[in-house]
Design a protein around this ligand. Structure first.
Ligand SMILES: *Cc1c(COP(=O)(O)O)cnc(C)c1O
Length: 274
């Protein structure tokens, strides 16, 4: 058995990991079309808003971040960065934010900003799949299993689609970082070009109670992991995936001879939540 780690956290200090993979082609197209404004959605600690806000600032595109909840009095480090990068931040109450993927709601924002490109939460849209596929296509090694954290599902969907054409016996194991049994499976399936893929599953045993929830054990694991490997991980995404992998290895889940890839999706911004 062999364990590998793919360090997409090293792509860039701000646009790290899967956010770059998912946004790449949306941004290429935005540039080609001369888009002057981008609107997207996320929580107060969103790596997606943070990465996208940085890119827009560099590309001279106006960025509007629609944020879940009101952080006006206590902006997070990510929201402060967004403000420094000239993003326009709009706080939505939680009930309104719930509507974020509904057609009517999107249409209303589009009508108010007719020239804007609207990108869904997490950058998880069909266009993201091609960027994520590049991650797998860069590998010369064959893996029996790839383990990765799952938030909105775009990264997992991209890997499922890429593996189905180039690495048919690779199993994709998503570790849910939030409570989302069934919901997450539906999100992933909705992004796939066809629904018959059976090369994947989502493990729901390691969300630690919900998005960004953690305990002392997980925090201690993240710091020990760093001490032993010099690979930084954080408790929101990569820490939960690494913890889950360790647990499943201990359970004897992986057959002898497995070649396992742990995907470090980046996002060390998550270390700033506390
Ligand atoms: C956003 C994010 C994820 C979740 O990816 P999805 O494609 O939304 O499932 C995982 N890891 C990190 C570091 C992230 O920032």
């Amino acid at each position: 058995m062999r364990l590998y780690i793919k360090r997409d956290d090293l792509i860039h200090p701000v646009i790290s990991g899967n956010k770059w993979r998912k946004l790449k082609y949306a941004l290429v197209e935005a540039r080609q079309k001369g888009v002057t404004e981008i609107i997207s959605f996320g929580g107060g600690y969103s790596n997606h808003l943070h990465a996208l806000g940085y890119c827009c600032n560099k590309l001279g595109i106006q960025f509007m971040a629609l944020v879940r909840g009101n952080y006006r009095a206590t902006p997070t480090p990510m929201l402060k960065d967004l403000a420094d990068w000239q993003a326009q931040i709009v706080y939505l109450d939680k009930a309104t934010y719930q509507l974020r993927s509904q057609t009517d709601f999107i249409a209303k924002w589009q009508a108010a900003h007719p020239h804007a490109l609207i990108i869904p939460e997490g950058g998880s849209q069909t266009q993201a799949l091609a960027g994520v596929a590049e991650l797998l296509n860069e590998q010369t090694q064959h893996f029996s299993h790839i383990v990765l954290p799952v938030g909105s599902g775009g990264t997992l969907a991209g890997l499922i689609a890429a593996a189905s054409t180039n690495a048919a016996d690779t199993r994709l194991i998503g570790i849910a970082v939030l409570k989302g049994q069934d919901y997450l499976e539906q999100q992933v399936s909705a992004l796939l070009p066809q629904h018959s893929f059976d090369n994947w599953l989502i493990d729901h045993d390691f969300h630690f109670g919900g998005y960004a929830k953690r305990n002392q054990g997980l925090l201690a694991f993240c710091s020990t992991f760093y001490q032993q490997t010099q690979v930084p991980i954080e408790p929101v995404y990569s820490g939960k995936a690494a913890w889950a992998l360790k647990q499943r290895l201990a359970d004897g889940y992986f057959p002898p001879g497995s070649q396992i890839l742990l995907l470090h999706t980046g996002g060390l911004q998550g270390a700033r939540t506390q």
